[in-house]
Write a protein that binds this ligand. Sequence first.
Ligand code: ADP
Ligand code: MG
Length: 483
Amino acid sequence: MSVYDQYETVIGLEIHVQLATQSKAFCGDDARFGAAPNTHVSAISLGHPGTLPRLNKRQVEYAVQLGLALGCEIQRHNTFDRKNYFYADLPKGYQITQDRRPICVGGALQIPSAEGEKSIRIHHIHMEEDAGKSIHDQDPQHSLVDLNRAGVPLLEIVTEPDLRSPEEVDALMTAMRQLVRYLEISDGNMEEGSLRCDCNVSVRLRGSDQLGERCEVKNLNSMRFARRAIAYERRRQIDLIEAGCKAEQQTLNFDPVSGMTSPLRDKEDAHDYRYFPEPDLPPVQLDEAYVDQLRATLPPLPWALRTELATDYQLSPYNAELLTQEKATALYFKRLAAETPHFKAAANLLINKLLPWVQERKTPLADFPLTTDQLAELIQLIADDRVSNAVAYQRLFPALLDRPEARPLALAEALDLIQSQDDDFMATLVREVIEQHPDKVAAYRQGKKNLLGFFMGQVMRQSKGRANPKTAEALLQRTLAAD
Ligand code: ADP
Ligand code: MG
């Protein structure tokens, strides 16, 4: 056993979710991603003297929705604080955040793990605003600053140190991304920075219940980087301990090029942020009716839909998982399932045909040109053995996409795709195939029974897919056995 195996990794996350509001957290500036640099920057975003912040009520609403979904306690009275530091992308010189009384405390999110389902506890969720964006790779001499992002509303979700591996971190971030998308409070897009996390990493000997000294790796904006940063930190900290040194508590930056972490020498080093109560914003007071109303109107949540698909519709856990990755897919499945009793066939069609269609075109499922009624008819044709599964998938489905106004049965008839129920047709076909391959027939009769697959292939091909596979197989077996 290597010395590394004696240690366990302990990880806690600070997850930042950029909220999909139209305007910023404390002023009316447009909060949306993608505009020309420094075009969404008013005097309030810049914190000019004499300006006053005003809280965006959507931010509060989104925070409460996320808190309710995660089973947090919603703090009816919560307050804002100023976190002071100097940095070029922070024009006000402070960030408005919630330090003493955050909006949500407690709660948990379930993730799949190597040992089965695991609950990751949430410490709290607080509201805050984003800083601007420093750009270091566009000018060789200077760093550039885009302040469009300054003041965009964020939720920070702080977990307990319950995670034990990069895989669990990945699972938690995936579950969080899915949840914020279900709630429609954020697009959860890691590439565009709407979902980021800081990883707090420590190591300890297996079996110990004491926490080790932790390091915080900042601003990991992709899961790949987070995995690599955690793996690097684990090794570095174990090496230090094994060398007789102590891992020090530090704030680190991860460099994806070198794959290493290094101490941050800028704002993150200054631990004294001089937090004080934000004097320009009154406390947030939430009444029961407000919270109740948000609870009552919460959209369906991923785990509830997953269970529903697995139990009410009897899909396999794997298919239930696939179909609930996006809310739109799960709801589409339910609409389709309302029109057909063949739930499994509906799930298969959705997974094998509609989802690839969506992925190829990068358009939402709502744009899919066929109606659920047409799809139900297609599924029924397969269920009734009138069109084989293969022909339905490979020929009828594409033909329908070319002529989305057509009815599946009528189109199948027009294209001559209906399976023959005609016994003479089948018998002739089987006899012809057998006559064409006397050597293979002899081999089959001498015991090479796996040649049945070959004969089946021939029959299906020569019938142009119109042979019913079950009938063909029975007939072939009978004919080959005779003599
Ligand atoms: P702060 O950053 O304000 O000091 P905390 O110390 O409570 O806040 O922790 C911040 C994050 O660090 C949390 O996600 C928590 O789970 C995590 N954390 C705290 N201690 C450890 C540790 N020993 N190992 C790994 N993660 C830790
Ligand atoms: Mg922290």
